[in-house]
Ligand binder design. Sequence first.
Ligand code: ADP
Length: 190
Amino acid sequence: MAGANGLRAVLLGAPGSGKGTQAERLSAALGLPSISTGEMLRQAVADGSELGARVKSVMAAGELVADDLMAAVVRERLARPDAAAGFLLDGFPRTPAQAGTLDEILAEAGKAVDAVLLLEVPEHVLVERALARRRADDREEVVRERLRVYRQKTEPLVELYERRGLLRRVDGHRAIEQITASLIAALGRS
Ligand code: ADP
């Protein structure tokens, strides 16, 4: 494990697994920026930027934004000063190609992913949570499509990071505070 603030961690989990909530809580507890690609893209759409215009319909359908576009977004974000001492990534990587991109970006700086936290939540709970949340892109068929895309494109990352000895599984179907405590413990920070 890296030193006090040299932690580069990835949060992995299905849509509705609570990654965003836990990323914010971990960010506050550990003093590291939480970087959410979903938030960045939603902000781009809200701003009406060129990026927003390119991703709007893809996001609304529950599909993934193209890997090369995401690579550019994340490369730019990780180059900012606040990410130099470590970060929590929420929503990236989402495909094996993106995991390769992350490795490349970090390797260029002589760094690597230190830990990958997998939030495990039963499927029926994911659907219930997503429908209760009702974001603009949370219509039921879109929710189901996002879950399908997760299983197909993102779940292979679980095995990939497990093989690398980086994966830590945390039960995400508990009280928010308990989950945060387990995540901190899984990072060896408790
Ligand atoms: P959730 O937490 O509900 O899974 P996010 O807020 O992380 O959703 O992302 C919302 C949407 O933004 C995704 O459904 C996808 O269209 C797009 N998106 C976010 N991150 C990525 C990524 N790394 N690659 C491709 N698309 C992404």
